[in-house]
Design a protein around this ligand. Structure first.
Ligand SMILES: Nc1ncnc2c1ncn2[C@@H]1O[C@H](COP(=O)(O)OP(=O)(O)OP(=O)(O)O)[C@@H](O)[C@H]1O
Ligand SMILES: [Mg+2]
Length: 380
């Protein structure tokens, strides 16, 4: 599968932009803050409905505009898909595939797959657990539409539950303002009852997330063993495993136990929003004891395993988006990554192209990006 073209209107710092791609390797180069990452972000958004940096829709609309449009054309085994996305400041985004409006964003899943690799991913192993959860979610949302739905629902319920703990806890003004402004709880019992309604939904969605993450990491572990063995020349044996905050079976019990603490701290302290992922090399926790090099190699194997997993599930290659990541890798790791690209369509951003030219890499299209304008430099 590959992206054939991309058109932007009022997206980030672009007024308009029109790019075409081949199935090969593309470079977007230019100085800092010119709009290179913004292009990759729009491709990722078109494929997944989400920004790779977790930005909200309104943040991606040009500062001076009310809405933005992204049109992308994709080729999947000879079948063409046109994806139109319409971002609006106050409303949720509109999406159409080949002119048909989608009712739910999750309906887009399964058409396009992309892997985004940025310098931040290189610190995924040493940073806090939220980065590792983000990785699982980004990947799972692409391969499993029901996961995307359950995750969105879980976060909605979690936010509601936390809002209730924050604003309407026993003893708060809102809590005792019963009868005024549609005030809330006469007694502590009422509060607990309403909380338990949220609890049930939190448990339902949360359990599904925990089970899916568990099976995902088991599958990924199998792939990563081989990839990491290859990168390390057989010297390192990697293990990736799930560290859930609570198992699906114990979630109800743990949530109950945590109720007093939740009320005291006005937030939900138990659930998959607290999960982590363990990486160990030869039995040692890389997050805590790995060298910088081991942590980076682990991150690289993780990304390469992600590509492999998508290939196996989709029976097709994802589009690879490399955001300024090559300059962060040493020569060995760069070579390993570039060798692995093979026939995967790739869009690379960087500040200069000399390095690629000196490597005699075949670059299909080279664009120079300057202040929200992309200019083709090697039109044949
Ligand atoms: N909503 C927006 N509207 C207009 N401009 C925006 C918006 N969001 C970001 N920008 C601008 O986009 C530019 C950053 O773009 P981008 O992150 O793509 O840069 P880059 O070329 O990747 O730079 P670097 O090499 O530093 O990573 C900044 O000038 C920023 O002000
Ligand atoms: Mg950038």
């Amino acid at each position: 599968m590959y992206i054939k073209s991309l058109q932007l209107k009022d997206f980030r710092n672009y007024d308009t932009c029109d790019l075409s791609f081949t199935p090969g390797i593309h470079i977007l180069y230019g100085d800092n803050a010119q709009g290179k990452t913004n292009i990759l972000e729009s491709v990722f958004l078109a494929a997944t409905t989400k920004s790779h940096r977790g930005s909200k829709d309104q943040e991606m609309i040009h500062f001076e505009k009310e809405e933005a449009h992204i049109r992308s054309l994709w080729d999947k085994e000879g079948i063409e898909y046109r994806i139109d996305m319409h971002l609006r400041k106050q409303k949720s985004k509109g999406i159409a595939v080949n002119g048909q409006n989608l009712k739910r964003t999750s309906q887009l899943m399964g058409i396009c797959s992309v892997v985004f690799f940025s310098p931040e991913d290189l610190s995924i192993v040493k940073e806090g657990p939220s980065e590792r959860r983000r990785f699982m979610d980004m990947e799972l949302c692409q391969i499993d539409a029901s996961y995307l739905y359950h995750l969105n629902q879980y976060h909605k319920v979690l936010n509601q539950r936390n809002k209730m703990l924050r604003d309407y806890f026993p003893g708060s003004r809102s809590y005792s303002a019963s009868g005024q402004n549609g005030g809330h709880f006469d007694q502590e019992q009422d509060f607990i009852e309403v909380l338990s309604v949220w609890d049930q939904q939190l448990l339902d969605y949360g359990r599904k997330i925990i089970q899916r993450r568990q099976s995902f990491l088991m599958d990924l572990n199998e792939i990563m063993k081989d990839v990491h063995g290859e990168i390390s020349g057989g010297k390192e044996e990697i293990l990736i495993s799930y560290e859930p905050d609570t198992t699906a079976d114990d979630f109800e019990e743990n949530l109950k136990k945590s109720k007093d603490r939740d009320i005291k701290y006005k937030t939900t302290n138990v659930g998959p929003h607290k999960d982590d992922v363990l990486f160990s090399i030869n039995g040692i926790d890389v997050r805590k004891y790995g060298s910088q090099g081991q942590q980076r190699t682990t991150a690289l194997s993780l990304k390469l395993s992600e590509i492999e997993m998508i290939k196996r599930i989709r029976h097709d290659s994802p589009v690879l988006l490399l955001d300024d990541v090559l300059s962060e890798l040493d020569a060995n790791r760069q070579n390993f990554l570039l060798d692995k690209i093979g026939d995967i369509q790739t869009i690379i951003t960087c500040t200069g192209v000399d390095e690629f030219v000196s490597r005699r890499m075949k670059l299909d299209k080279v664009y120079r990006v300057e202040n929200g304008v992309c200019k083709i430099m090697n039109e044949s």
